[in-house]
Design a protein around this ligand. Sequence first.
Ligand code: IPE
Ligand code: IPE
Ligand code: MG
Length: 244
Amino acid sequence: MAADAQDKTPKGGPEHVAIIMDGNGRWAQSRGRPRLFGHQAGARRVRDIVEACPDLGVKYLTIFAFSTENWKRTQTEVSGLMALFRRYIVREARALLSQGVRVRFIGDRIRLDEKLVAMMDELELITSHNDLVHLTVALNYGGRDEVTRAAKRLAYEIEQGRLTHKDVDAETLSRFLDTHVLPDPDLVIRTSGEARISNFLLWQSAYAEYEFVDTLWPDFTPEEFARVCASYAHRDRRFGAVKA
Ligand code: IPE
Ligand code: IPE
Ligand code: MG
């Protein structure tokens, strides 16, 4: 990013924004189209939002693409989404690489198709030298599942004698989370009017600010994103303390 662009970065904005990209199905249904049509429109939106990050001072963007509960959907929708993730990687890899975006995936890869996992690994590897924006895609991700997997690995380390129960504290546990290299989110946005967290970043969002907007994800523009980020700057985050 050019130095003058950096100067225009809004002060006090969120460094890490996490988004629950909800409302694709309703967006499609309101147009009399199949749900997958909405997911395709939603995937296109991701690019606009990623591109808006540098000017807004958003260094980390974490997006919820598929939850551990989304397997409950029809086979048609699930396989359509998996095909969409593969297409997204093929189509976007070059742009992400050239735009300075470092891509990571969080979630349990075990249930994902081998070919998709190989593509995810490859995208992580080829973008690993980028540092302008850190895009993390939560795919087959669930907060409870993540904490459970972390606890299991921690227990294994204890079983092997590499750690003892006295080492178990919040800092140690968080080192076993999928997000161990990321800061906690400052702001969590959910689109589509639902005011719930649906198992997203449960541990990491302990002190996040939340913004629930009515807009359906495919209609969420960079302008609205900028407005939500700007309103974050006016919030008073106390983290349990009392201001002097
Ligand atoms: C979010 O949109 C995308 C995924 C969960 C994959 P939805 O598919 O949940 O859309 P609505 O909530 O049914 O409108
Ligand atoms: C959360 O949305 C998951 C993603 C956005 C990927 P859902 O649409 O699955 O959540 P619920 O079912 O409304 O809680
Ligand atoms: Mg939904």
